[in-house]
Design a protein around this ligand. Structure first.
Ligand SMILES: [Zn+2]
Length: 199
């Protein structure tokens, strides 16, 4: 029965196929519903048909400081939000469409999976995907509200994201303002300045 809906050329069929793509990329029902015009029951039914289980309950991932927790996080968010920015410039639309969100996220996944020299953090994640689609959605909201901003580094010219609400010295470039510790973990330059650092 679901198959009949998905093959339909009606707009409901189109919404369902977008929802299906989002679910397959790992999106949770509340996020899919915010991007597609489908009801709560339909969302749950579709989720169960795709994953053969009920969706996870509880809060969606929300960490407004995720991008500053690691320079590698910042790099990943910079790739994804850079794509969101470029696609919205291209289409002259500021509101987020499901299509644009899907395109940006799929491109982000392709880019990070093809990194020939993954960092330790990336090597530990399937296909090196550190930015979960649900978090990507949350960050898109932070980006739209101006909480996260894209800036160009004066040293390397790379475009990267920064958090507006943290002090300037902590708005660092994920390429230039990092150093690797003994274990190979990349750390922000500011981390070194902390007097008490855990081994
Ligand atoms: Zn730089």
């Amino acid at each position: 029965m679901m198959q009949v809906y998905l093959n339909s050329t009606s707009s409901m069929g189109y919404e369902l196929s977008l929802a299906e793509t989002l679910f397959k990329l790992g999106a949770r029902p509340p996020i899919v519903r915010s991007l597609c015009h489908i009801g709560p029951k339909t969302a749950i039914r579709l989720y169960k048909a795709i994953h053969q289980r009920s969706p996870k309950q509880g809060m969606l991932p929300y960490d407004p400081y995720w991008i500053v927790r690691s320079s590698v996080h910042d790099l990943h968010a910079s790739i994804f939000l850079g794509l969101i920015h470029d696609l919205s410039q291209q289409q002259c639309q500021s509101d987020l469409s499901a299509e644009r969100f899907i395109t940006a996220y799929q491109l982000y996944c392709k880019i990070v999976a093809n990194n020939p020299r993954p960092s330790k953090l990336e090597a530990g994640a399937p296909q090196a995907i550190l930015l979960d689609i649900n978090r990507a959605w949350q960050q898109t909201g932070q980006f739209k509200s101006g909480d996260i901003r894209l800036v160009g580094c004066e040293k390397c010219q790379a475009r990267h994201v920064v958090l507006n609400k943290i002090p300037k010295p902590f708005q660092q470039c994920p390429i230039c303002d990092v150093w690797a510790d003994k274990t190979g973990r990349r750390r922000w330059t500011t981390v070194k300045l902390k007097p008490k650092q855990k081994p």
